[in-house]
Design a protein around this ligand. Sequence first.
Ligand SMILES: NC(=O)c1ccc[n+]([C@@H]2O[C@H](COP(=O)([O-])OP(=O)(O)OC[C@H]3O[C@@H](n4cnc5c(N)ncnc54)[C@H](O)[C@@H]3O)[C@@H](O)[C@H]2O)c1
Length: 361
Amino acid sequence: MSRAKRIAVIPGDGIGKEVTPEGVKVLESACAVTGQELSFNYFDWGADRFLKDGTTLPADAPQMLQRDFDVILFGAVGDPRVPLNQHAADILLGLRFKLDLYVNARPCALFDRRLTPLRDRSEQDVNFIVFRENTEGAYAGVGGNFKQGTADEVAVQEDVNTRKGVERIIRYALDYARRKGLKRVCMSDKSNAMTYGHGLWQRVWKEMKEEYKEVETRHLFVDTLMMELVRDPSQFQAIVTCNMFGDIASDLGAQLSGGLGLAPSGNIHPGKVSLFEPIHGSAPNIAGKNAANPMGSALAGAMMLEYLELEREAELIRDAARAAVREKKTTVDLGGQLGTREAGDWIAERISKRGLAGAGA
Ligand SMILES: NC(=O)c1ccc[n+]([C@@H]2O[C@H](COP(=O)([O-])OP(=O)(O)OC[C@H]3O[C@@H](n4cnc5c(N)ncnc54)[C@H](O)[C@@H]3O)[C@@H](O)[C@H]2O)c1
């Protein structure tokens, strides 16, 4: 048996504090089946802590996480009591940038055809993964305002693209396709309009795809990608793109595959401590009501286990989540009647039962 996997847990704000315990419960249940040990350490970074003593992300946090943990399970941050949500940007963007988590992986897999808003589409038609560059692009925070508040105001927001940044995300997507036996990878940019920054994406893509002859590679401008994703999502298996377009494409993908409540994501730096989270925010409108869907957190846990090469445990979680959707043992957003805790319990118990059945077989 391999040693205990060390997991840092950051529940954050709002429903992050409700769904994360369910994610932990489900992880424990899956690992109990195989005997894999997990250790959890909790960090209270979020709005309550910020309002109490001004702490957002402690200065030594990135080094400490890198040193003492294998992975991070994150909830969500954002609280209406904090002006401009400064704490949230410090914590989440701080972790993404300071841990150099350059891959944002967002699987979009439809578990049950009744959950997609597309007509006549089935589980086979919506099953792709978006790889979003996660450390630069338009979200690098480079820019400024000039003559702010006047009629002559100028606002500049730079789109930062480095060769290193573009190369490593494209390589990650192509390697992933090779590893998983996927046939098709689509790179998307807007190089017809953003000729300098996205011209770099074009050049790198053309060079790099030559190394992956077994993968069918395709390029689409991002506006065409959006149309094609809605018209026929079955064309896509993996999409790689910049920070902003990946943000948008993956939210569209989340809706095509059942909504925010069940969409997970991984913020990854291969070989280093990486962070897994549901893609939804802190949802202040439903926080504290035991109404939030915990499935995004549970499936983020499955991604985390896969990252730790615990494939069997990850599949146990995905199987149980699929069963919950099929049998409507879910929260209201997916057509069920369960509360957050009860939906988490159902998934955890399903996993235990499968584990017992497996042991007896
Ligand atoms: N990664 C993050 O931490 C993250 C991501 C997005 C937004 N935010 C922050 O969260 C706060 C709220 O943002 P928002 O309202 O735009 O987005 P949101 O994702 O929190 O909520 C959008 C809508 O989806 C619903 N929803 C979200 N998650 C759900 C779940 N698990 N189950 C059922 N319904 C769910 C909400 O009730 C709401 O109606 C803001 O402060 C925002 O900055 C944080």
